[in-house]
Design a protein around this ligand. Sequence first.
Ligand SMILES: *[C@@H]1O[C@H](CO)[C@@H](O)[C@H](O)[C@H]1NC(C)=O
Ligand SMILES: *[C@@H]1O[C@H](CO)[C@@H](O)[C@H](O)[C@H]1NC(C)=O
Ligand SMILES: *[C@@H]1O[C@H](CO)[C@@H](O)[C@H](O)[C@H]1NC(C)=O
Ligand SMILES: *[C@@H]1O[C@H](CO)[C@@H](O)[C@H](O)[C@H]1NC(C)=O
Ligand SMILES: *[C@@H]1O[C@H](CO)[C@@H](O)[C@H](O)[C@H]1NC(C)=O
Length: 511
Amino acid sequence: MARVMGLLPCLILFMCLYTVVVVGAYSQLSNGLKSRSDFPTGFVFGAGSSAYQIEGAAAEDGRKPSIWDTYTHAGKVVDKGTGDIASDQYHHYKEDVKLMHDMGLDAYRFSFSWNRLILDGHGAINPKGLNYYNNLINELVSYGIEPHVTLSHLDIPQSLQDEYDGYLNPKFIKDFTAYADICFKEFGDRVKHWITFNEPNIQTIVGNDVGILPPSRCSYPFGVNCSIGNSTTEPYIGAHTILLSHASAAQLYREKYQRIQRGQIGITILAMWIEPVSDSPKDIAAKQRMLDFHLGWFLDPLVYGDYPATMRNIVGSRLPLFTEYDSNQLKNSCDFIGLNHYSALLVEDLPTTFSKYGSDYYDDISVKGFFSKSLYNIESTYPWDSRSLQRMLEYVKVKYKNPAVVIHENGLPAYGENCNAQALNDTERIEYLQSYIGSLLLSIRNGSDVRGYFVWSFMDCFELVGGYRFYYGLYAVDFNDSKRKRYPRMSAKWFTSFLAKEKNKEEISSY
Ligand SMILES: *[C@@H]1O[C@H](CO)[C@@H](O)[C@H](O)[C@H]1NC(C)=O
Ligand SMILES: *[C@@H]1O[C@H](CO)[C@@H](O)[C@H](O)[C@H]1NC(C)=O
Ligand SMILES: *[C@@H]1O[C@H](CO)[C@@H](O)[C@H](O)[C@H]1NC(C)=O
Ligand SMILES: *[C@@H]1O[C@H](CO)[C@@H](O)[C@H](O)[C@H]1NC(C)=O
Ligand SMILES: *[C@@H]1O[C@H](CO)[C@@H](O)[C@H](O)[C@H]1NC(C)=O
């Protein structure tokens, strides 16, 4: 569909495209970054993953399917890939934690598979699932690596989807809170950083408007080949339930655990930066509209207790209401806000065309979005520019009262063969990381309250868009090898020397 060709590919693109080797094109972006000692004391550097993408062992030790297992087994990923084995961290966690230690990571961000811990989404805990996560956490802690745990990284138990349509039903709030309760109780003595949900702002659009990722729901003419769903309402209902589930789990944590366990809780959203294609008032308004629908959809309720006025005006009665109780609960629900940032999107105003089918999220925003090769007019053949991070952080600082922020994902995708000499010598990824970490430092120096930074991803894994066609890892994983051998990329070596506390600065800048 033509309209889907507008914005959506860009949302997808940022997660998965391009592999153009650019060497030396970024000298103009040089921002004086030398080493981690330039960062404030206590700043945390890590790398990340998520359960379905890295664990494998999908049918082992009792684990039941999530909506991702169902989706991949229907052959819906472009390369027909699944997470059945993935990087097999389930069987390699000790080796992987050792690699993290050798790299000098302060922290590892990973997620729990809800349907490994509580097989049907509610009910008793699976002792073998409990055992696995205890082992992983204990291994991390034994090396002094902080576990930063996401409770739901887009992978809802299939049972809850079947039983009541997952996060479209308010029953989800109670089940999610009970699951969180078990996690705080079992692991909270060692886990001090909790993320309730990852990227709900993308999950609900791609899963419930366009329907091209699980739970694959949408309605004509908005989505692609859906038999069930309602694109005009479900993204908003789903996001609302997820916000209330987050707030409920956070309140439970505050009341029952936080004083004793002394941890922190937050939520993580995808945070692209948005630029207008021109200085025309229409395009500038389009930029703000996009920021409100993309970031404000979650940040406004979390900071101010309600959706942005732009959204209330445009979406009208399709946008659920918060009670006063909900608003107050939401405003007190984050010790930090997680932001996943990869790049910027250019937007152009697109006149709204209301159809007899109504309006979905994309019609509501009415922008055309795309990546530019030369964002901010920089000569490059690759659509990234680390100043997007500075601008996004500046916007969040000013608009949202300078909340504590953690960059939970940032990284560079590459396409194709992932273990050959060229794929291991990933100089462009080093340029990218160096540039973004340098921009992050400038934002901190300019007053943004950023507490941590995590590279996506620690190692190659099953990518949610593109399966095994794309990879972001500091470590490569040979997916053809039944042992899933890991190989350090040049970027792993660079990050290691960057993180080394006492190091020769000359050596770092020439990696
Ligand atoms: C949608 O269904 C049609 C007809 O079955 C098929 O040809 C097409 O490839 C499908 N599109 C997607 C994106 O799955
Ligand atoms: C979606 O829900 C709205 C509001 O309940 C309703 O008016 C509309 O007919 C539904 N659309 C579909 C395709 O079911
Ligand atoms: C893995 O197998 C595929 C298909 O046989 C092949 O094209 C690719 O080169 C192999 N990759 C590695 C890393 O050996
Ligand atoms: C890696 O690539 C860079 C740039 O293409 C090249 O200068 C360097 O020699 C390569 N290093 C290795 C180990 O292949
Ligand atoms: C630094 O912060 C000030 C105050 O928020 C702002 O006016 C200025 O634009 C910021 N500079 C950059 C480069 O973001």
